[in-house]
Design a protein around this ligand. Structure first.
Ligand SMILES: Cc1ncc(COP(=O)(O)O)c(C=O)c1O
Length: 380
């Protein structure tokens, strides 16, 4: 949830901005603040920032002094992090299925930590990254309403120990387990359920003589798009309690959304207002395909939207709009119900808030509309 102060800061910047819309305004201090908050409420969890959430070089650099490392998903992400002078030992290659070329490249540049979820991946790792540290991705129950990842990733828990033993037999170093309870995991019991299950697997693996030392909680830490979404402190209460049950392992996590979401607004112009069949349509100059692909995953538009002209005015006279993008595609509609002042006009600017995570990183130039450029505030 954007604080009043943050909103004022973005509104002032956007009002002073003379350039064209759409564009993204990112407060790098917000990213740092989120890292500090994470470290404060999770003193026993190492933070590896998930680069995929918002991968601009300014973001990677801003969080560098505050994170233990980075979760990278591809060769390009590894290269991006290395270019910031980050040591390769601080990178975890947590994409469970990687090309042989990507594994070989990672090994060559000094990345030693890899996730895996199958014997096929182990064979590739043993060949192209011999003796590396590996951790098995286990399918856990996703938090209800999150962007579920277990449909695509993870071995079933019953297979995990066998896979760790197979890693050892191939000369790799099986060091632990990882999971992901779904992005924006607001259903709190999903966290301890997954952690206790992982701890049980650690015990079983140790019982078979393996030296398991790592539980990687993945990402999923939620932000408050809606007032009912849990605060990080609430997640921490349940997570810290659960990790306390097995203290002799290293815990790490790979938050992306939590670090990046609050940092940015996308500033967009209204390009058309139309009343049709009982609905008012607000056409804006930023598209689903630029920045809001997550609407297809969550089946709702997560971002609170404000009219810049009305910031600071008494609320009142709101109206329900269909919020839709500029492209010639009917999928390019963000929401059927956005509440905005009743007098919205062509040329008005919108602040689309909490837009730092999983927005412009998905951007395409479909129909010739350019992905919004970024403007960064508070570079160190
Ligand atoms: C392996 C892995 N780690 C971390 C993340 C980041 O998740 P989130 O942004 O929900 O924190 C993801 C997201 O897809 C992921 O796949």
């Amino acid at each position: 949830m954007l604080s009043h102060q943050q909103l004022q800061k973005f509104a002032t910047e956007a009002s002073a901005h003379a350039g064209e819309t759409p564009y993204m305004l990112t407060d790098l201090e917000s990213l740092r603040e989120q890292c500090r908050k994470f470290a404060k409420v999770f003193p026993n969890i190492k933070l590896f920032y998930a680069v995929k959430a918002f991968s601009d070089v300014e973001v990677i650099a801003a969080v560098a002094p505050l994170v233990a490392g980075y979760d990278a998903a591809s060769t390009a992400e590894i290269e991006l992090v290395l270019r910031q002078g980050v040591a390769p030992e601080r990178i975890a290659f947590s994409n469970p299925v990687k090309s042989e070329a990507a594994i070989a490249h990672a090994h060559k540049v000094g990345v030693h930590k890899f996730s895996f979820q199958s014997r096929g991946e182990l064979a590739k790792l043993a060949k192209h990254a011999p003796a590396s540290e590996v951790y098995v991705r286990v399918k856990m129950d996703d938090s209800e309403g999150s962007v579920a990842l277990s449909s695509k990733f993870g071995c079933v828990p019953e297979e995990a120990v066998e896979l760790l033993l197979a890693a050892k037999a191939l000369g790799l170093k099986p060091i632990g387990l990882t999971f992901h309870v779904g992005s924006q995991a607001t259903e709190l019991p999903a966290w301890p359920n997954a952690i206790y299950r992982a701890q049980k697997l650690v015990g079983e693996a140790r019982g078979k003589g393996l030296q398991i030392e790592l539980v990687n909680l993945g990402g999923g830490f939620p932000v408050q798009y809606k007032t009912g979404d849990p605060r990080l402190e609430q997640v921490a209460a349940t997570v810290n309690d659960a990790i306390g049950a097995l203290a002799d392992v290293t815990y790490m996590a790979e938050p992306g959304r939590f670090v990046a979401a609050d940092s940015s607004v996308i500033v967009s112009s209204v390009i058309g207002v139309e009343d049709r069949e009982g609905r008012t349509w607000l056409y804006i100059d930023v598209s689903t395909f630029h920045a809001f692909m997550e609407v297809f995953e969550f089946h709702e538009f997560l971002h609170p939207v404000l009219s810049l002209r009305h910031v600071g005015q008494q609320p009142g006279g709101l109206k329900d709009y269909v919020l839709t993008g500029p492209s010639c595609d009917s999928y390019d509609t963000m929401s059927l119900h956005v509440q905005l002042p009743a007098d919205m006009q062509v040329g008005d600017h919108l602040l689309i808030t909490m837009a730092g995570a999983y927005t412009v990183v998905y951007g395409s130039e479909f129909n010739g509309f350019k992905v919004p450029p970024r403007h960064f505030l508070n570079a160190a």
